[in-house]
Design a protein. Structure first.
Length: 156
């Protein structure tokens, strides 16, 4: 009969089969925890724009602290890209003379602290509503001036 612990002669020692099973379960759980930790660190490093190898460094005890400090206080590549794109957007807005990046507002956009914030995110329509097809008026004969015609009634 197999026993987990042999208590003969006044001392109790675990059997080799028990120790092998315990060690196997311990290594399996340790491997799962390390694998999930590496996977999470690699995904975070990749989303931040860093090399996935920075995520692998996250499981080495002393190196992980240094890597975490570098990761926390250094400018991320994603932040540098956003800063560059915002600079290009501001340059384009300055050249176009409008504060609206899509150019849908008439005139310069509001400055900081004016109105209810950024007009791009308001619920008010910024483009005219569709009123139907527009047909140009026929040219007057002989080039004589005529007053403009009223718009046709809208049909809903």
């Amino acid at each position: 009969m197999l026993t987990a612990v042999d208590c003969t002669g006044g001392t109790c020692t675990p059997s080799p089969a028990y120790m092998a099973g315990y060690l196997g379960a311990y290594l399996l759980m340790y491997g799962l925890v390390i694998g999930v930790s590496v996977w999470i660190c690699v995904r975070v490093a990749r989303k931040a724009g860093y090399s996935p190898w920075l995520g692998v460094l996250g499981v080495i005890p002393v190196v992980s602290l240094v890597a975490l400090l570098v990761f926390a206080f250094k400018e991320w590549p994603v932040e540098a890209e956003v800063r560059a794109l915002r600079g290009r957007l501001l340059t384009a807005q300055a050249l176009a003379g409008t504060g609206d990046p899509r150019g849908r507002l008439a005139g310069p956009g509001p400055g900081p602290g004016v109105g209810f914030g950024d007009p791009r995110f308001s619920s008010a329509p910024t483009v005219p509503l569709y009123t139907g097809p527009v047909t140009p008026a026929p040219a007057p004969p002989g080039g004589a001036w005529q007053p403009p015609q009223p718009p046709p009634p809208q049909r809903w």
